[in-house]
Design a protein around this ligand. Structure first.
Ligand SMILES: [Zn+2]
Length: 453
């Protein structure tokens, strides 16, 4: 899932960051898309629908003409690009699974793509095998323009200096000397380690934020939350213009703590390495699905509760390797609300998380939304639910100095209630919960094979 799932690409880090910044801002069509997105956010619903249909047609036409995989599929299904008269037409095409892309990725590359101009990237595969993807310059430019618009919505200018905590590794030579960050003057960005946040180090982090005059913080919700929580435990607040979170599900408690520590609003944005759906937060704090980015279908499934859907997306850019009806593996809850910001963009009430964030009970029931278990548990720094087998569940927690036995009892009893059938539960107290290779914190890990993992 999500942005920055692609460490192999290393955009944004020192030397590469500079090179990519030049490519993103000058060689790619970034400026063209920046202008488009500035205007299109105020289009009428009909205008947006027309745009989507036009781009869907273009994607299908290009895929049919240049991508062997889709040409083959469309021939099997008896579909021609000219048949497309409305957006609903998309359902005639098969759903594309991650496994399909993995097995056929060579056939998914457009024959007219020019390999030296493509970016190769790999998803981390935190929940499976990694996936290789290619991106063209058009896609890189559009993505960057999207991101800059999100920054604008968050009231940030392109030159506002920010700190980022997205699992980047800080060289050991620095961390050994208690320097858990690295400032990149050309990018005007302070890279901070997600791996050294602790009560012992928190003062050093705060000193760095102040010393570098940081105006905004961005990162994984889990990293920003730990930073914020450690600050508040010591009664420290640092004023920021805004905080941006991405790449993991932001839960209400994390949002509140980050907003309190940094005295600003949190803008959460959602995307993924496959780039088939984007959800950004507007000035009014609503999550909006961005219709210019892609065509997103909300797919219901028997294992999901009412009103919650899986994300299936079709790209409007990246004709070098277009993904059509790609099942992302994330679940969201759309809303019918009209946002006071005035944009005709669909509102998403909640990005629920991964479709595989579930515990599987002995009777085979899937129990999700387990973040509720930690509601009201204020004395935790972080937590993870781990299911090694059908009968056992281990709650891995990092307690702070105020943690009491009654907190542990309360969490266990809430979890038992949610599971609804007898399972052996225990709490494991840790000083740090191991992250995925990208430094992300997975809230639920189940080793029990289920329909979703
Ligand atoms: Zn809005």
């Amino acid at each position: 899932m999500r942005n920055s799932d692609w460490k192999n690409m290393t955009i944004g880090f020192f030397g590469n960051g500079v090179r990519h910044r030049i490519i993103k801002r000058t060689i790619s069509p970034y400026r063209k898309y920046k202008k488009l997105l500035a205007e299109s956010q105020w289009w009428s619903e009909q205008h947006l629908l027309d745009y989507q249909l036009e781009h869907l047609k273009a994607t299908i036409k290009s895929a049919y003409k240049n991508v062997p995989y889709y040409r083959g599929k469309m021939q099997v299904y008896g579909i021609k690009p000219d048949d497309i008269k409305s957006i609903d037409f998309i359902v005639k095409l098969p759903i594309l699974e991650k496994e399909d892309v993995r097995k056929n990725y060579r056939d998914m590359l457009a024959v007219n793509a020019f390999p030296p101009m493509l970016y190769k990237c790999q998803t981390s595969g935190s929940t499976g095998k990694p996936l290789t993807l290619y991106r063209d310059l058009d896609n890189v430019g559009f993505e960057h323009a999207m991101l800059m618009r999100q920054w604008q919505w968050a009231k940030l200018g392109p030159n506002d200096r920010y700190a980022t905590l997205k699992g980047e590794m800080i060289p050991q030579i620095r961390t050994r000397n208690n320097i858990f960050w690295n400032f990149s003057p050309i990018e005007n960005k302070l890279y901070m380690s997600s791996y050294h946040l602790s009560e012992r180090n928190i003062d050093r982090y705060v000193t760095a934020l102040r010393k570098y005059h940081i105006k905004a913080v961005e990162g994984y919700p889990s990293s920003l939350y730990v930073l914020a929580k450690l600050m508040l435990n010591k009664n420290i607040k640092v004023q920021m213009k805004s905080a941006l979170t991405t790449s993991e599900t932001l839960v209400a408690k994390q949002k509140a703590v980050i907003e309190q520590a940094f005295q600003c609003r949190v803008y959460d944005y959602y995307g993924m390495a496959e780039r088939v759906a984007a959800i950004h937060t507007c000035e009014h704090g609503r999550h909006h699905l961005v219709p210019e980015y892609s065509l997103v279908e909300f797919k219901s499934s028997d294992s999901l509760s009412n009103g919650i859907y899986e994300v299936v997306g079709t790209t409007f850019t990246n004709m070098a390797m277009p993904l059509i009806r790609y099942r992302v593996g994330d679940v969201i809850k759309p809303s019918n609300e009209q946002c006071p910001c005035g944009r005709n963009y669909p509102v998403i009430e909640k990005i629920v998380g991964r479709a595989d964030d579930y515990i599987i009970t002995p009777s085979g029931k899937l129990v999700g939304r387990l973040d509720h278990v930690f509601k009201g548990a204020n004395n935790l720094i972080e937590a993870q639910i781990f299911q090694p087998d059908t009968k056992n569940v281990i709650l891995r927690i990092v307690p702070d100095q105020f943690f009491k036995q009654s907190d542990a009892d309360s969490i266990l009893s809430k979890l038992q209630k949610r599971l609804g059938e007898p399972m052996h539960l225990e709490i494991e107290q840790l000083t740090f919960i191991p992250r995925t290779e990208n430094g992300k914190l997975k809230s639920v890990i189940s080793n029990v094979p289920g329909i979703l993992n």
